[in-house]
Design a protein around this ligand. Structure first.
Ligand code: TYD
Length: 137
């Protein structure tokens, strides 16, 4: 999926069940996300000023949610960059295949929840920006 662009990536409003005792948001395969969730992981205890990401995936699609706190995600398709501030637990950022991403500005105590379309595969990563630009040509 070389030809994807940052405009294929969108903020998705997740189901939010409001309750006086607290809220619940739900993600369902095939309904909320256009892929089956094969893996879930989360980033936490990110030191202030640290950035994460700095890679692209060949096939992996992800939905990124700020389960707590806030952080920014900058997407890059080799031509255009878009930055999203994630600061609501009922917003998910869909990142399609072939998009470079950087995660920055983590607030203290933030939790970055990632729902992913495939199991972990180191070979799916493109970790060199130069290689990414070549891949997108
Ligand atoms: P990485 O995806 O590079 O982190 P980030 O994009 O958040 O900066 O993952 C960091 C390391 O964690 C990686 O070298 C291997 C390990 N890892 C796993 O073993 N399994 C996983 O599912 C993930 C996401 C990472």
């Amino acid at each position: 999926m070389k030809k994807t662009t940052v405009y294929d990536c969108t903020l998705i409003e997740l189901d939010k069940h409001h309750h006086e005792k607290g809220n619940i948001s739900v993600v369902e395969n095939g309904k909320t996300v256009p892929f089956g969730v094969e893996r879930t992981y989360y980033l936490y205890d990110v030191p202030g000023g640290e950035s994460r990401g700095g890679h692209a995936h060949r096939e992996l699609q992800q939905l990124i949610v700020s389960a707590s706190g806030s952080f920014s995600v900058t997407l890059d398709d080799g031509e255009v960059k878009r930055t999203f501030l994630l600061n609501r637990p009922y917003h998910g950022l869909l990142i399609v295949q072939g998009i470079w991403r950087e995660l920055n500005d983590f607030s203290s105590g933030s939790v970055c929840l990632v729902l992913a379309s495939h199991k972990y595969d180191a070979a799916d990563y493109i970790r060199s920006y130069e290689e990414f630009l070549e891949y997108k040509k």
